[in-house]
Design a protein around this ligand. Sequence first.
Ligand SMILES: [Zn+2]
Length: 458
Amino acid sequence: MKLYKPEVEAQRFWNPYTQAMPRADLDRLHVRKLQTVIEYAYARSPMYRKLLDRHKVRPEQIRTMDDFIKRVPFIDKREILDAQAVRPPFGEALAISEDFFHQRFATSGSTGAPLHIPLTYHSAELWGESWVYVYWAAGLRARHSFYFPFNWGIFAAFWSAYMGVRRLGATVVSGGGLDSKARLRQIDQYRPDVMLATPTYALYLGETAREIGMDLAKTSVSHVIVAGEPGGSIPATRQAIEDLWGAKCYELYGIAELGPTNPGCPLQGGVHLCEEWYHALVVDESGHTVPYGEVGEHIVTSYIQDGQPLIKYRTHDLVRWTDQPCGCGTTWLYYPGGVLGRTDHMIIVKGVNVYPSALEALLHRVAGLSEHYELHVDRDAANDFVTVKAEARSEIAEARYGDLGREAEAIFKSVVGVGIDVAVQKPGSLPRYELKAKRFFDHRPAAHRWQLGGRADA
Ligand SMILES: [Zn+2]
């Protein structure tokens, strides 16, 4: 017996009430939720009480969105790490007794100490539900089955994707504890509909499949859902994944500390802010909110983190936000192109802002280049400059590498408006990555990277 009803199955939105709510009503709802979460954090989290006291803000003073934007300070990872260090692992960032924990997570700590993330069952379920928005938008329902090619570690992302599948009522196939070849054999055997992966891993499996003579386009997988790094909203990368798997590719953009904040649009060109559970601002280097249509740092508030509340959290991700309809029918804020880069990966060449994801998208317009490339950024006396190393496709003769490089340089010049050197190399000459690719190499002095001065930080 099926647990869903056909009319529900055909419904366009997972939650028609908020996904189609007029902007003015959504904003009013946000003010109420923001007030609640600020009161909660001030009452229960010593870190937030100290932070707000230091900025001389009392929760009852936040009555409008303008109050929230102007008076509530940003918070950065460093401050949370400091608050956790008072009594590790959670210290003063904690807002609830550990008795209520459902699961503990942590970030990788690759750039310093790991940030600990406690989730109550309530939070874990709602993180999961945020994934359901992208599953539902992609046409996935309870009858489908999802393949998880992950080892089940301390990182939250795939666990929340798993909770989402539970919430949808669909089937899970775990590829934990297996290597890539064994996972491909498992896919052959269990015939899942959906593959969840980073874009890098979705493409990496293509190389593994070739080794064992398997054609991924002929597997049961009809949907690939990517997360963990940009790619799903970059047309050429998405196309490469779709061609490889013979499947549709959708994206979810999430943030380790905050969860799955932005499920992808069904039209695949970008992601929406999940305004059910999150509020966001996009700010410039001085901390001022940029108008819709412009790019800046993504600042997020969670409504669903009762263990460790995060309000106006600096994600260091660059996004373009817009209130213009994308065409899928939702009123939720839209971020065309998904994540455009990291704030510390922002490049300014002769006064022009250049985003790594934009360069990636342009690079893929050159038919003879593969998806493997690296961006190297350095700085002379006055300017950032960028050099791109890109691999040619295997069928391209070495004599044509020079032409391909000039073709890419001409595209950069005409679209971005700046000169960027492109060196074309042999297939297989750049390093391969399994989970996330390292493509951005910054050789600039630290002083020349993006810094958010931030009125509220000052
Ligand atoms: Zn949309």
